[in-house]
Design a protein around this ligand. Structure first.
Ligand SMILES: [Fe+2]
Length: 232
């Protein structure tokens, strides 16, 4: 493990400006550049490299999400919990929960589902993509371990807040894309923001993220088949 878990991230990355939570509410997305420290990035990359041998390749269209494509390698939380100490510890770290709660503007807590709570998503072939969907839980904290340096190479998060239909991602002008570097993170209002990852454009590129799902006391989680299809 090495450094204590609190050194893996920068707790003051969320400057408590008035309107931070309002911005997340309006945009569905809040960038958290530099959330992961250099030590944290090194440790999480080592963890992910070890876990990748346990991960499974997925190539299918997800019926419950308008047949959007999945071309990626994934590992569910139930296996991560058995194989990694650092990732589950970071997921439930009170300091990280405080960062997410401050960014969200409301107290967040762990989700009960052992599969969805913390997952590893790896895009590593030309054309790899995590197609359009919404999540079952209200908040997703996405931590970047690897990402294409050039936004033109793909791997961008493409999102539309308050989406009525997943198809609106491709037809509504308000949809945006965002590029991130390793060590960056973002918080997404993930149950109402349609989102996807744009395809990697060529061989040799990699995009590896940890996705931490959080909930709130008032949330009523959706129960789609999406997590079971992608992570079990
Ligand atoms: Fe998602």
């Amino acid at each position: 493990m090495g450094a204590p878990v609190s050194r893996l991230f920068e707790p003051d990355v969320v400057t408590l400006r008035a309107g931070t939570a309002d911005r997340l509410g309006a945009d569905g997305y809040l960038p958290l550049p530099g959330l992961i420290t250099a030590d944290g990035l090194a440790l999480l990359r080592r963890e992910a490299a070890g876990l990748e041998a346990l991960a499974r390749r997925r190539d299918f269209a997800m019926a419950c999400m308008d047949d959007s494509p999945r071309h990626m390698t994934t590992l569910g939380g139930q296996i991560i919990a058995e194989a990694s100490k650092a990732i589950p510890a970071l997921y439930r770290d009170p300091g990280l929960l405080d960062v997410v709660s401050r960014a969200a503007g409301e107290p967040v807590s762990e989700v009960d589902d052992p599969v969805e709570r913390h997952v590893l998503n790896i895009l590593h072939r030309a054309g790899d993509t995590h197609g359009a969907h919404t999540d079952d839980h209200p908040y997703a904290l996405v931590l970047f371990l690897e990402a294409p340096h050039d936004p033109a190479d793909g791997g961008l998060v493409h999102f539309l807040p308050h989406a009525v239909s997943l198809r609106d991602l491709d037809s509504v002008d308000d949809a945006r894309t965002a590029h991130h570097r390793p060590g960056d993170a973002y918080l997404l209002r993930s149950d109402t923001t349609a989102h996807r990852v744009t395809p990697l454009t060529r061989p040799g590129l990699r995009r590896t993220v940890l996705n931490f799902a959080y909930t709130t006391p008032a949330a009523r989680p959706l129960h789609t088949d999406s997590a079971a299809e992608l992570y079990t």
